[in-house]
Design a protein around this ligand. Structure first.
Ligand SMILES: NC(=O)c1ccc[n+]([C@@H]2O[C@H](COP(=O)([O-])OP(=O)(O)OC[C@H]3O[C@@H](n4cnc5c(N)ncnc54)[C@H](O)[C@@H]3O)[C@@H](O)[C@H]2O)c1
Length: 369
């Protein structure tokens, strides 16, 4: 790969603008081409952000100017688009989830290995200033030995604000896959891989009234569990309680994660964001202490995982938002629903190394090469 990596973007929808804006801030990434099943969308993005080539998706992954394929299509298309890119010998970085199921995700990881190219996946919010500051605190022993974590994503569902909420209630989504993926990725980053899970899940209501425009007055059909409660046993022995829900009308608990150690509790920010706040409260203290962030990347930096992957490919080191990590996280999600159905504790087969932390004190959007 040359010093500037040439990126081709597939899937020119809502989130593509956030990636294009990050890439525009990165001198070592160049957005050279875009593609979409709907060519008018591709043309619109190209005109809006100044992308030289508008291609068909099949042509983009084969195009000689494209070294890295950025897959921002819808979840059901993720595996096929990444597979085509890897088969063409291109590095591939996908929005979450890496694939709809573990079998497809594992095949992608193996294909990337065989082709000698990199595979990466969102979420990359764990590279943000908030979660990196938390990782530094844990690694330096600020809370003593971690014992347990509580991770809560308690919401009422997106049908009050999202213009098209049905896909959130279809297989491959629901609170666990749509939002839980950020929480589990953050937990693995902070506390290491997960050894086993046990869980319960239910559908709160089979049909739900949409109150957002333009579909207000119609119902959506619920096809996935909307309240999922799980216990994750990390390889380290730490126990994380994870609850993701679209069935909570109101709650006094904020979205986020708390990690309880022998000496203190660490309040981790919402893992669907890059910034803070980070708070610490030692055993016996009356109040929380705000911890200044030790790392940059606090505003939306979607695509930082892609930049880290490209830089890692140049120097030969491991990249952080890797296909292996996404596969592990996807297996945790899949086994959570499996355990909720079987009633049994489920073991996680595909283990992964805890991603390396970012060095403190880096400039924004640098990843430490
Ligand atoms: N929108 C967000 O705020 C957000 C946030 C985080 C993650 N994501 C993830 O990003 C991905 C994209 O989300 P979005 O909101 O941009 O969706 P979107 O529906 O706005 O855009 C997806 C685009 O992909 C195109 N597409 C679908 N299948 C394709 C294929 N096989 N080949 C080429 N193009 C194809 C569609 O035509 C569409 O233009 C999803 O996986 C989603 O989970 C979105």
């Amino acid at each position: 790969m040359t010093s500037t990596a040439r990126v081709g973007l597939v899937g020119c929808g809502a989130i593509s603008r956030a990636y294009a804006s990050t890439i525009a801030r990165l001198p070592d990434l160049d957005l050279v081409a875009c593609a979409d099943l709907d060519p008018t969308r591709a043309q619109a993005l190209a005109t809006e952000v100044g992308i030289p080539l508008v291609l068909a998706p099949d042509a983009l992954v084969e195009h000689p100017d494209v070294e890295v394929v950025l897959n921002l299509t819808i979840p059901v298309a993720h595996a096929a688009v990444s597979r085509a890119a890897l088969a063409a010998g291109r590095h591939a970085y996908s929005e979450k989830p890496l694939a709809l199921d573990v079998a497809d995700a594992r095949e992608l990881v193996h294909l990337a290995d065989r082709r000698g190219v990199r595979l990466g996946s969102a979420p990359d919010t764990f590279l943000g200033g908030g979660l990196q500051t938390c990782r530094g605190l844990l690694d330096s022993g600020a809370i003593g030995a971690p014992i347990a974590a509580t991770a809560l994503m308690l919401g009422a569902g997106p049908e009050s604000w999202h213009p098209s909420p049905q896909p959130f209630y279809d297989p491959g989504a629901g609170p666990l896959y749509d939002m839980g993926v950020y929480y589990v990725t953050a937990l693995v980053h902070l506390l290491g891989p997960v050894r086993s899970v046990i869980a319960g899940a239910r559908i709160g209501r089979d049909r739900r009234p949409i109150t957002s425009q333009p579909l207000a007055g119609t119902d959506l059909v619920v096809r996935v569990p909307t309240h999922v409660a799980a216990l994750l046993e990390h390889t380290s022995g730490v126990l994380s309680t994870l609850v993701t829900s679209f069935d909570v009308p109101a709650s006094r608990y904020h979205r986020g994660i708390e990690i309880h150690g022998a000496d203190a509790t660490l309040a981790v920010p919402d893992p669907n964001t890059f910034g803070g706040p980070v708070e610490l409260r030692a055993r016996g203290e009356d109040d929380w202490t705000d911890v200044p962030l030790t790392h940059p990347n606090v505003v939306d930096c979607r695509g930082l995982g892609l930049a880290d992957m490209v830089r890692a490919a140049r120097t030969g080191r491991a990249h952080r938002a890797s296909g292996e990590l996404a596969l592990h996280v996807l297996e945790v999600l899949e086994r959570i629903l499996g355990s909720a159905t079987s009633g049994h504790r489920e073991t996680i087969e595909h283990q992964v190394d805890q991603p390396m932390p970012l060095p403190a004190g880096l400039p924004e959007l640098e990843t430490g090469d």
